[in-house]
Design a protein around this ligand. Sequence first.
Ligand SMILES: *[C@@H]1O[C@H](CO)[C@@H](O)[C@H](O)[C@H]1NC(C)=O
Ligand SMILES: *[C@@H]1O[C@H](CO)[C@@H](O)[C@H](O)[C@H]1NC(C)=O
Ligand SMILES: *[C@@H]1O[C@H](CO)[C@@H](O)[C@H](O)[C@H]1NC(C)=O
Ligand SMILES: *[C@@H]1O[C@H](CO)[C@@H](O)[C@H](O)[C@H]1NC(C)=O
Ligand SMILES: *[C@@H]1O[C@H](CO)[C@@H](O)[C@H](O)[C@H]1NC(C)=O
Ligand SMILES: *[C@@H]1O[C@H](CO)[C@@H](O)[C@H](O)[C@H]1NC(C)=O
Ligand SMILES: *[C@@H]1O[C@H](CO)[C@@H](O)[C@H](O)[C@H]1NC(C)=O
Length: 824
Amino acid sequence: MKAPSALFIYSLLSFLRTSTTLDTITPSQFIRDGETLVSADGSFELGFFSPGSSKSRYVGIWFGVSNDTVVWVANRETPLENLDGLFKVTNKGILVLLDSTNTTIWSSNTSRTAGNNINNPTARLLDSGNLVVKDGNTESPLWQSFDYPSDTLLPEMKIGWDLVSGLDRNLTSWKGTEDPAQSEISEGLDRGGLPQLVDKEGDNIKVRPGSWNGLYFTGMPWLRLNPLFKYEFVMNEKEIYYDYKIPNKSIFVRYVLNPSGIGQGFKWMDHTKSWEPVTTSQSDECANYAHCGAYASCNINKSPVCACLKGFIPKSPIDWNLADWSGGCVRGTPLGCNDGDGFLNYKGVKLPDTSSSWFDRNMSLKECEELCLKNCSCRAYSNLDIRNGGSGCLLWFADLVDLVVLQMDGQDLYIRVAASVLDHIGKNRHFGQKYQVIIIVCSAILLMVMLVLGLVFYVRRMKLRKEGLDIRCQNDYNNEDWKEDMELPIFDLITISNATNNFASSNKLGEGGFGSVYKGTLLGGQEIAVKRLSKNSRQGFNEFKNEVILIAKLQHRNLVKLLGCCIQENEKLLIYEYLHNKSLDSFIFDQTKSRLLDWRMRHNIINGIARGLLYLHEDSRLRIIHRDLKASNILLDNNMTPKISDFGLAKMFGGDQTEADTSRIVGTYGYMPPEYAGYGQVSVKTDVFSFGVLLLEIVCGKKNKEFYNSSQCLNLLGHAWRLWIEDRPTELIDEFLILGDSCILSEVLRCIHVGLLCVQQRPKDRPNMSSMVLMLSSENKLPNPREPGYYTEKALVGKDHSSRKLENPSSSTNEITFTMLEAR
Ligand SMILES: *[C@@H]1O[C@H](CO)[C@@H](O)[C@H](O)[C@H]1NC(C)=O
Ligand SMILES: *[C@@H]1O[C@H](CO)[C@@H](O)[C@H](O)[C@H]1NC(C)=O
Ligand SMILES: *[C@@H]1O[C@H](CO)[C@@H](O)[C@H](O)[C@H]1NC(C)=O
Ligand SMILES: *[C@@H]1O[C@H](CO)[C@@H](O)[C@H](O)[C@H]1NC(C)=O
Ligand SMILES: *[C@@H]1O[C@H](CO)[C@@H](O)[C@H](O)[C@H]1NC(C)=O
Ligand SMILES: *[C@@H]1O[C@H](CO)[C@@H](O)[C@H](O)[C@H]1NC(C)=O
Ligand SMILES: *[C@@H]1O[C@H](CO)[C@@H](O)[C@H](O)[C@H]1NC(C)=O
């Protein structure tokens, strides 16, 4: 008796389901305004919509979880002005959008669909967000929306060329947030020479992520480090395209090219019901296509950013000196052609424009060099693919443009110059065949001599030594090539000891949580800062060395540069660049020096710190949480560029702590968020809180910890919060700033607003660094902040009697932490 009724209910349910949520239509069905097609698992929905406050109706596909996030639009150029639209698939397998007079407003009629012999066509919305028209005759789709992208790239969607059908798929942004029509801005693959990814406005290239090197687009090395987006590039006789995949299908992501031409990836956050930015595109000067013209390199860490390549001179020196780089550079010495040219090796670069390049997958680098030397018009060569030590050959036959020195990774490029240039520079690594024999003979003799000398020296040293030490340190700082070799130099203890006058207390710059810092001067005159680590790290020598080498690879203009290390005789020393302007706290908390920092500078400093942190949190390969961000850990260079110091130390000392609870708390009162100081919970939001405190300190010129409003028992955060809710935030601003010329009130207020968002009580309310960088630079409306964490002793006691007394305004001058002393 039970079976039939269950069957009945089941068929009733399935009838109900199919009648309410279809994922497929046939020629006998259609979709009216108000009805939708829903993919089988509900991920995507197709129907009629109006963007924003517009009244025009469009047919589009959007996310099931977020119905105002449209990923594809059918009638981009031809909106309907009423609700009488009708969307269907014809007997010929063509999708059409009809208006009230049955006139076709939009159709999917293309040369591919037209004229086929069609049998029972259907249109189905797949769980990938792809709308696919198929018929009974063929397996491959007659038409699919993935072949006609709008502004959004979804996982598995291809950008590039189908060489069989001639289809070129590229992204084009909307004209505006309420107008899906195609704008001039597009992103796609350029097919000339070696295919490369470009962003264009009309026919002009604006940004060139560049050619694919097996791992990433040459200008975007950080791509491969993103754990969410797995990019893939395919090039064969049938197609040339790239796409990305998502390791976990239950995560929704999208990459969208917005109307201002910026491409950004987003991930859906289920708990906040919002899209969180997950990739940030490089947007500094060097990202502008051909910013420095031909035969010049762009390096954002140099000032000026543009420099002619070695052996080249500015085409128009006058313009060049006026910072108009567009003319580029020309060869200083003509090529000898078949008469002994050579190559200069540039490391860590984004390869130049490959639109006139020639390539071969099977050649070795050596064959590549020979081929380039043979042809007078060949300007440079490199490996085509950098995987497994490099393979293939890529040659340039046109002027080299858009060469950028990258801040991480990057590739090797060999640029052809006359032999005399090589002699002049004295770094002749790659010569014409004519010189090779001489070089080989000379270096063989030299090598023999060195071997003998080395042996003698080694034997003597062994004799002198009392007991052997397992790590041999080389003092090779004076070798100027260390930077290009990308290996972390290991300094000799003697060298460092001499440089710092045997760690004399007069050379001591400060005392930090991880040890003392000394100023030193190397023999060559180079100034360094030496951090002598306290001995309580649990790590062994090799572990420590590996960690240091990794951290040395983190390079960003807003991080202090690690020059090398020394691990010897129980000493662990880190050698950093020395920054003349010392730390931020010596400026902002000093009555007189604070006047040197006007608003423009402070704003730059805030943005710089934010970018440095973003790099540590999201863009670097290590994902570092700093945990002790504070004004004294921000150093300033000659241009007042802020550089975060001590990053990675928390990681080295803590090892096993990432997002978990930690028993060992490093940090400083006044900068630690409640969940960390109280319960040891660490996350990126720990740094966000500290950043917020720092931001407010920079704006008002006072220390959070030392500020104390005795009438209301408020610290700086509490004071800021009170002024904010009483709508008088301007009273927070350093008086000196208000008087200065450069103060832009709206910017200052925005910073206060962002600062308050960062110091909110609950970690999940605080924005992450990528949204923060956007918040600081855009004009978008910001959410209202909630009450900050730790803003008043009274409030804490009132709410929770068991709270620890963390706010102690009259504490001694040293900022004592649970385990460590604070620097300076
Ligand atoms: C989108 O979803 C919201 C809430 O889930 C609902 O109120 C709204 O009507 C939906 N809009 C459309 C166009 O489906
Ligand atoms: C449009 O076509 C439908 C069926 O195809 C028909 O019922 C309807 O009368 C037509 N409307 C007009 C205005 O021609
Ligand atoms: C599709 O296009 C072809 C030629 O481009 C045309 O002959 C045919 O009538 C069109 N079909 C529809 C349904 O518009
Ligand atoms: C994208 O396609 C349009 C039209 O086919 C073309 O004009 C534009 O140059 C393409 N953009 C890129 C970046 O390839
Ligand atoms: C995929 O993501 C969901 C939601 O974030 C998570 O619950 C699930 O465990 C993940 N699955 C895998 C295999 O990682
Ligand atoms: C290049 O190498 C691949 C495999 O390594 C081989 O299949 C192909 O035929 C080679 N091409 C040429 C032109 O030698
Ligand atoms: C050099 O290369 C260019 C471009 O590939 C080609 O047109 C020219 O014929 C080559 N010259 C010689 C001598 O091989």
